[in-house]
Design a protein around this ligand. Structure first.
Ligand SMILES: C[S@@+](CC[C@H](N)C(=O)[O-])C[C@H]1O[C@@H](n2cnc3c(N)ncnc32)[C@H](O)[C@@H]1O
Length: 337
């Protein structure tokens, strides 16, 4: 009677199915040395399709809030996230620079009006044929609406995430401790706008690291001298993107959580990922001799993670073949799931 049932807490070395906002309430207080995760990015993936922008911000805020209680004093929360490069903004003025490129003709409204004066009966299609361009181009020039996608489409801008995350963390008592930039593969094929603007392609993300006040053990021997030089002390981490992501389409490379785990935790510490996806963080934790807790709202992600962990443990006697093994695991589960 009146005894708190500690067994109700989520226990280490398990992957749980459920919403992070519910399951994080079942974590043992002050128990996690490092929580590292990559949330939905609000870029239209299947697992986030039901979220409005407001819902997405609430998911981030609530998840960050719940971390204050579950982190060990002196522990860390590391969030891998990217700015949204194509964020629709209704309030943005619908004005865009004229697109003058090698392949496009440079056509002004005045040129069209001059021809129209000589041929008042020509329609947009005849004018387009005359100028060797599309009828949409004629329409855009004549209506003074020089925007790709038409005047009814909202403009897109970059949504910068850092300040928002920082504010959410500070509001809950977590302090920005460090930030790293992960340079991944340049996504040329996904960067629809790169011939239509001066914007850069998508090729880096952030890892924001927040600290819960408390004693943090600083042990420089966690990394070798070479590791300190190559990445431990470096603000920029160059890690190739996951090429084979057949089992889950938004994985981070294992090297990313592995570095954070090695740098920020001790053997046997518990590492949490409440957006576990395909189990990457759990496997990185195991490979560094740490315990893990994983959470995901998709049943499929939970199955993939558990299967990947089982397979990893089976082959753990050959850590030098880790990457190769993970690729094998991914292709196996692409077939099975
Ligand atoms: C960007 S992916 C994480 C990928 C992971 N880092 C990996 O390497 O495989 C985000 C994951 O969060 C999960 N997710 C989305 N909303 C969630 C929620 N409210 N609670 C728990 N998991 C959620 C998705 O199902 C997806 O697997």
């Amino acid at each position: 009677m009146g005894i708190i049932k500690f067994t109700d807490y989520l226990s280490p070395n398990n992957i749980y199915h459920g919403d992070a906002r519910i399951l994080l309430r079942k974590m043992e207080p002050d128990s996690i040395a490092l929580s590292i995760w990559s949330p939905p990015y609000f870029v239209g993936k299947a697992y986030e399709k039901d979220l409005t922008y407001g819902d997405w911000k609430s998911l981030l805020r609530e998840t960050i809030n719940l971390h204050y209680g579950l982190l060990k004093p002196g522990g860390f929360l590391a969030i891998n996230i990217a700015d949204i490069l194509c964020f629709k903004d209704e309030a943005m003025p619908k004005i865009m620079a004229e697109n003058v490129s090698r392949r496009k003709i440079s056509l002004t409204r005045e040129q069209i009006l001059n021809v129209k004066e000589k041929h008042p009966d020509w329609n947009r299609y005849q004018l387009a044929k005359h100028f060797g361009c599309s009828e949409q181009t004629i329409h855009r020039r004549l209506s003074g609406n020089n925007i790709r996608g038409g005047k009814y489409q909202p403009q897109t801008r970059v949504l910068i995430i850092g300040g928002m995350i920082e504010e959410m963390a500070l509001n809950t008592g977590l302090y920005p401790y460090d930030r790293r930039v992960w340079v991944k593969d340049a996504a040329w094929e996904n960067s629809k706008w790169h011939t239509l603007s001066y914007r850069a392609v998508d090729e880096f993300e952030y890892v924001y690291i927040f600290w819960k006040p408390g004693v943090t053990k600083i042990d420089r021997s966690r990394l070798t001298k070479e590791e300190w030089i190559n990445w431990g002390s470096r603000g920029v981490w160059e890690i190739p993107s996951v090429r084979s992501n057949a089992d889950h389409d938004s994985k981070f490379p294992m090297e990313l959580p592995r570095r954070a785990i090695k740098l920020l935790t001790e053997p046997d510490d518990i590492v949490l990922d409440c957006f576990i996806g395909s189990g990457t963080t759990a496997i990185a934790a195991i490979s560094e001799g740490r315990r893990y807790i994983g959470i995901d709202k998709e049943e499929k992600s939970v199955s993939i993670s558990k299967a990947a962990i089982d397979a990893y443990q089976k082959y753990a006697h050959a850590p030098q073949q880790m990457e190769l093994m993970i690729e094998e695991i991914e292709s196996t589960y692409e077939v099975k799931l």
